[in-house]
Design a protein. Sequence first.
Length: 94
Amino acid sequence: MGDCAWNKKAADVELTPAALDAWTIYCRSQSQWNIGMSGATGLRYEGLEAGARMAGVDVSPRVFGLVQLLEAKRLSIWAEERAAAEEAAKRKSK
């Protein structure tokens, strides 16, 4: 299932073919994050396309939508982590 470090934790997970393609693209695109002043803002889709092509994965609209879901979830997790870190820093400074 792709080359993500998370694969070791999810070895027994079964994915549909479209989900497996999306996971493969997502895992191979971890160097493709756009970074702004407050952290990652999203994936560079042209990089996703190149990574998919090199991995031999066809990017159907369904697969691309699944990659976008993974992207959105990752961004949400990072936002939660930033908010928690900021809150902890505020409590510590009081």
